[in-house]
Structure formats: C-alpha cells, structure tokens
Write a protein that binds this ligand. Structure first.
Ligand SMILES: Nc1ncnc2c1ncn2[C@@H]1O[C@H](COP(=O)(O)OP(=O)(O)OP(=O)(O)O)[C@@H](O)[C@H]1O
Length: 287
C-alpha cells in the first residue's frame, strides 16, 4: 500500500532496549478521571444531520477507538470536540470545564489536542524546525519583550528549553536522526511520528488522532503503536478514529461505533465485534 522505503524506518542507531520517558515534557499532568464528556452533540450542514445527539465519556489513560462506516459522523464529531466546527447543540466537557464551541487554540490550551497533517508550508521546514514552531506559550511571540534586554535572555532561555524538549521528543520517537531532513521528504509513517511529536510539545493531556495509521507501512505502524501505548502508560489519554478495524480491535480497550450520526453501540472490542447492529451497519462486511 505504501511506497515507504523500509530503511527510512530505521532507528538511527538508537538502542532499542533504552526505556526513555519524556521527562522534560512533564507527562500528561493532572487529568480528571473522566477527562472528556460529550453529551447531546449535534451538527447539521444544511439539510444533512452529520452528528445527531452523540454522547460518550472517555476515561483517563485509556485508548478508545471511534469507528463507523463512511459518512457516519466521526470526523465531524472530532471537529466539534476540538473547535474546528461549532456544534449546533450539546455539550463538550474537558476536565470538568465546559469547552463547547471554543476556538481550536483554546481547546488545545486546555490540554485536548488533535494531531494535524503537516501543512504544505511546514514541509519546506526541517523536522527540527517543525518541532520548534509547535509549542504554545512561546515568549518569543510577544514582540515587545524582545526590545528589553532581560526579556531577550528570557526568550533565549525558553528557546533553549524548547530545543531540549524537541530533541528529547525526537529521540523518544526515534526520528532524531531525521532532524535536519525537510518534512516533505519524510515517508508517510515518519510524518505521522512527527505529527505526534509536535502534538506532544503542546503539553496535551488527551490526544485525538484522526487516521494515524493511514499510509503507514507495517514496520512503522508497529513503532507508532508502541509509542502510543508507552504514552498511554504514562497517563496520556487517546481517542482514535481509524478505518483499520483490526488495528482498533487489537489496541483499544473500548470501541465506540457511530452510524448515521449516532452512537450505535460502545463496549469492548469483543462486544462490538459480535454486535449484530454493527455488522449490519457495515452492510454485512467483515468486522
Ligand atoms: N463541511 C461539510 N459540509 C457539508 N456536509 C458535510 C461536511 N462535513 C461532513 N459532512 C457530511 O456529514 C456527514 C458525516 O461526515 P463525516 O466526515 O463526519 O463522517 P466520517 O464518519 O468521518 O466519514 P469518513 O469515514 O468517510 O471520513 C456526511 O454525510 C458528510 O457528507
């Protein structure tokens, strides 16, 4: 499926047995036991009801898969949660705060972060440069500070901190050997690793991944999964939209199934796999 060169997924001389953790990133922080609560969520596009009263809760430190046939409303649900779309009804709560209808940056600021494909213009920057433009709260962005000598030091110090974190994160994802490579030259899987690495620099507590394995070759897919599991073990919470059903079934402890804008069912992979309505929704396809 992918034309990704196998060699591109190499570890760059990194010791596979090294159990590094992202110490300078500070982990997932203090998250509520049920960080994300979605209730009565609705979104209409003209006459189309894309999301129709969606409700679910996501537990801290869990990995949940959101699946459903094409057009089920998964992406729209993601967009309503992360602020890309304003919902027409319902409520989104994160860590006990009402975040319904907030702007994407406000949602991200609260620790709920969605991974994004590396934009075209970022492709013309190196991997390390991509990392340096990811973090929020960059004091360097406040222009007035640069005219003050003390502030200049503050910026430099912060840049140094960001640089350290960027390197540590690249090492964690085994892509530090690609630091000086242009992002547009990365393989599909390496890009996904970079997208996740960039998201982590924004201090998230919960990550929403939209098709993280699309276009990723099997060896990199395995590595990406390992990293996601490691991060989950460190307390990060994941909600994943993915078309590869087997991947979701094997890696998520909970699966939520959407169909025609609604939640069809939710449960363990085993429950969902054997659910007649789910099989029906996929038009008799193999689940
Ligand atoms: N911006 C939009 N304008 C109009 N209709 C839209 C828009 N976005 C989504 N829709 C419609 O809303 C419905 C749900 O779409 P959505 O993309 O959320 O489904 P999905 O489950 O993510 O599908 P897929 O698996 O194919 O990506 C579909 O009927 C789609 O055509």
């Amino acid at each position: 499926m992918s034309s990704e060169p196998e060699t591109s997924g190499g570890t760059g001389g990194v010791d596979e047995t090294d159990d590094r953790t992202l110490t300078t990133l500070g982990g997932a922080g203090d998250t509520a036991e049920v960080p994300l609560k979605v209730s009565g969520l609705e979104k209409h596009f003209g006459g189309i009801t894309a999301v129709d009263g969606v409700e679910f809760e996501i537990d801290k430190g869990s990995m949940t898969g959101l699946i459903g046939p094409n057009g089920a409303g998964k992406s729209t649900t993601f967009n309503c949660i992360t602020g890309t779309h304003k919902p027409d009804g319902g409520r989104v709560e994160f860590n006990g705060q009402d975040i319904t209808g907030l702007e994407p940056y406000q949602v991200a600021d609260r620790g709920l972060v969605r991974t994004f494909q590396i934009a075209r213009e970022l492709g013309e920057m190196t991997v390390l440069e991509n990392m340096m433009v990811a973090p929020k709260h960059q004091r360097g962005e406040a222009l007035w500070r640069s005219v003050l000598p003390y502030a200049r030091n503050s910026v430099n110090q912060q840049e140094q901190e960001i640089l350290e974190r960027a390197w540590e994160t690249l090492e964690f994802f085994d892509i530090d050997h690609l630091a000086n490579e242009y992002a547009e030259n990365l393989s599909g899987g390496q890009r996904k690793l970079l997208e996740l690495a960039r998201a982590l620099l924004t201090d998230p507590q919960m990550l929403l991944l939209d098709e993280p394995f699309a276009g990723v070759n099997p060896s990199l897919e395995e590595r990406l999964l390992e990293h996601i599991h490691e991060l989950r073990d460190q307390g990060y919470t994941f909600l994943i939209v993915e078309h590869d059903m087997d991947l979701i079934m094997e890696n998520c402890e909970k699966v939520i199934v959407m169909h025609q804008g609604r939640i069809l069912t939710e449960g363990t992979p085993e429950d969902v796999r054997n659910n007649e309505d789910v099989i029906e929704a996929y038009l008799g396809g193999e689940v």
